[in-house]
Write a protein that binds this ligand. Sequence first.
Ligand code: FAD
Ligand code: SIN
Length: 523
Amino acid sequence: MSHATASKRIRARVLVIGSGIAGLHTAFRAAEQCANPGDVVLLTKRTLFDSSTNYAQGGIAAALGAGDSPALHRQDTLAAGGILCDSDAVDVLVSEGPSRVRELTEAGAHFDVGPLGEYLLGREAAHSERRIVHASGDRTGAEVVRTLVELVRADTRITIIEHARALDLIIENGACAGARVSERGHALEVIADATVLATGGCGQVYLRTTNPPVATGDGYALAHRAGAELADMEFVQFHPTALDTNETPLALISEAVRGEGALLLDANGVRFMPAINELAELAPRDIVTRAVLHAQRATGGVTLDATRLGEQFTTRFPGIFAVCMERGIDPRTQPIPVTPAAHYMMGGIVVDLVGRSTIPRLSAVGEVARTGVHGANRLASNSLLEGLVFAERVAHDVMQLEPLAHEPVLESWRVPTPPDRAISRDAAQRIRVLMWEHAGIERTATGLRECLAALDAIVAELPAGATEEHNLALTAQLIAKSALMREESRGGHYRSDFPLPRSVWADRHVQFGAGKKARRVAS
Ligand code: FAD
Ligand code: SIN
């Protein structure tokens, strides 16, 4: 039994897969350079609003304040990245960022501004300046998505297909010619001169995550199966302050709350961060995350005390206020229970400064791409910025491509029949538990080996039709293999059996290519 008997085919100049900031911006800017309806096809797995972008709270980092500069932003980004950043990519990010944010404002995004129209800038960890542009206090991502969705919907040159999940890339003569897609269970081939993966991250690989259900690592898996180079997959960022509940995903309590003075307390009410780092609650994310984990273990729980903000909490963080109140916590008077959670993937598909992957005609942008701007640890609010800045570049670059020399002829194919929901749900849950326990905030060789063996066993039993769970498992394997290979601690990757950075690993990346095996390469 299959879900479809014959595949439908559509043709585009540019196929964009994913509707977060990276995909929406790429589609909108590429379409501006096109002439015909449907020249750009924008696919998304669920609705246009299902993305990490839509949940982003803190904001977009850009050197827009008096006294700030791209040079200072560059310095902070490189310091957070633990030697592994690509400095050319960082230059692009920080120097083009301010213009992209201003253009998005001109395109209709309502960011918070003061009486003279100046951006109101928030502070977040490891930024030496206030440089976080935000909207409605803590609803920045939703405002970005609202703005970009209006633009793509108004443009007839863009065909939008929701509930369309890319299953695999079409590779012809070594180049990408589009994707095989399941559109509500029906087979669809999208043939394109350029294909852009903007599929976001993979937080769903972990039991505890801030990422929405769509973040199953599809883009990494599709690219890896097609033979593209991927790197830095061991560098997963865990956010220290998700709201401590049993929900999936966990609601985020933005770092901007700490930026406004909230304090982390252990279960005895003792503030622990000043003894660990001079920047206290605003130390780099990996340091705060491990400190929260240790305080949880030692005392049984951690809270974020924002009571000093009083009434101001309701206006500065209206979204977080509502989330807390719905769960019976009043942040004006009560500390908020918090816990670390998987939040962001620093690694991904290796791309150049215009988003080209190692496969011709395949680009990647946003969280799924590894531009090198984050190195081993992303600076807060640099992700939305990366999506915006590099999407602009990708949109211009893909329009330079010549049309495909000839239309690919594909063997007939069908969308594999999904297994019983209980089987796929159980496999996904086993992967998440394994990854949280063995490839999470603290890792060891023994745990990672155990994790990899168990992942192999899950994959061996997984029915072929469980396509999303196969992607989850493959992404998990890439993370665990990279983490096992990197015998040191750096940025978001912490090995308790190698707790310090090691010079033999400085400037070295774990990379996967066409041979599919992990290898160690120089920067
Ligand atoms: P996403 O926004 O995740 O979009 C990916 C898209 O691809 C989705 O539409 C998804 O449905 C689609 N997709 C995936 N697989 C497929 C497939 N196989 N076929 C078709 N479509 C597919 N960063 C900041 O800079 N500032 C912040 O304040 C901030 N806050 C955050 C708060 C939360 C709760 C979370 C989860 C993240 C936050 N981040 C923040 C990180 C940031 O939001 C993300 O890294 C960024 O939005 C990623 O954008 P993207 O366009 O690459 O991917
Ligand atoms: C947050 O608001 O704490 C998230 C910011 C980010 O992930 O960059």
